[in-house]
Each structure stands twice: as C-alpha cells, then as structure tokens.
Design a binder for this molecule. Sequence first.
Ligand SMILES: [Cu+2]
Length: 244
Amino acid sequence: MSLITPLFDSLWNEYLVWSLLVGLFTFGWLYHHSFFYRSEDGENPNVDDLEVGVFPVHYDDLKLELAWTIVPFMLIVYLTYISWAPLDNVWSSPNGGHFGDECVYDDPNYNGSNLYFDDDDGLKGAYHANCYHTIEITAKQWVWSFDCGTLEAELCESGFTEADGRAVPHLSLQAGNAYLAYMTSEDVTHAPWFVSLGVKEDVLPGQTTTVWILAEDVEDFLLLCTEYCGDDHAYMMAGVSIHA
Ligand SMILES: [Cu+2]
C-alpha cells in the first residue's frame, strides 16, 4: 500500500535531506560556539564589552549579513521551484489540463480514463490521464456522502463499511482512473483527507471546491476529516477502496 504518491514521495525525500543539512549546520555551529567560546573559571565573561541596550555596531559584518540572507533565500527559491510542478499537477485545470476533459462515454473514441504516472515529465514526474470522471462529495456534521452520478458501478459505487467498530460511508473506485470530486458542505467547514493519496482539500458551506482523486494502486484506506468541525470530528471518517 502506497502511503504517498510518487509525486510527493520524491519531494518528501528532498525536503528531508535539506532539513537534515540545515539542521546539522545550524545546531553544529550553535554547539561548537557554545563550548568553544565558553568563559574560563574566574574570567570576566563579558570579554566583548557588551552594554545592555546598546547594539554592538563595531561587530557589524556586511558580508556575513548578506551571506546568511542570500544563501537561505536561494534555498527557499529552489525548494519552491521543485514543488511547483507537483502542485501544478494536483491543482490541474479540469479543462484540458493534465487529465484532459471530462470523459464522454458515448464518444466512439472513448477508451477509458487511463491514468498513468510519467517519470520523465518535468523534474519530479507528473500524472496524466486521457479524461476524467466526476463525482460529488457532500460533508455535514459528522458524515460524508458520496454521489457517483451516472457512473457505472465498476467505476464508482457508494455504500457503507465498518471502521473502528462503527458503520461509516464507503466509496469504491477503480484503479487506473482519474476522478474529479466536486465538494460542498451543508453546515461548517470540513476537509476530506484521502490518507493514502496524500491529498486533502477544504469543503465549505455555500461554495464548491474540487479535488483530484488519482486512483492508481489497488488498496483500501480511510478518508478522515482534517478540519475541526465539532464534537464528533474525530469520528468523521469514511472507507475508500480502489479495486482492480
Ligand atoms: Cu468534519
């Protein structure tokens, strides 16, 4: 079972490496200076003649200030750059974006959604599909409801399942398909988190928001609410199955 999609997998690893490098550098420097510049017993600890309330301008170092401003800034620009393509992929346009247009089932050229991951597309790869299916998700305190519209049962089916000893709503999708969910809320703000797919999006009363559900692997996982919505927020879950 994939915990995150390849889209976020490579980003996660790269962010982890940079966090470790920056952490090692920062804490290494901090601990080195804390011990190396410790005052000896009996020594006047204020060897720099610092005065309370007076900024020590005689220690000003323009080169150092520029370095610690520009170097982290360049790192942030780089991390933004590598995150751009995956974000562009998960926020793709529903009109001829990465996932084409909505599938037209009676079109003689219709040949399935055909979701696939292209490793060579851009820096980190990207998902593509010929076309996508649409579903609707409605949230209310404290239950999810899924509407498959006119989709065949093989492509989308909603029902109930058991999780944590309770009956919860269930959504069944087919692997190899891209779905666009149109979502709204009947009361307060909620946010479905498709745990295994690594995506979540707010749903809001009186508004429609969308999220791409990229059903790639055959797996079962939970959908959890990740926007605090009242007493039973913690139990507001659903089961998601992606079948072959
Ligand atoms: Cu909720």
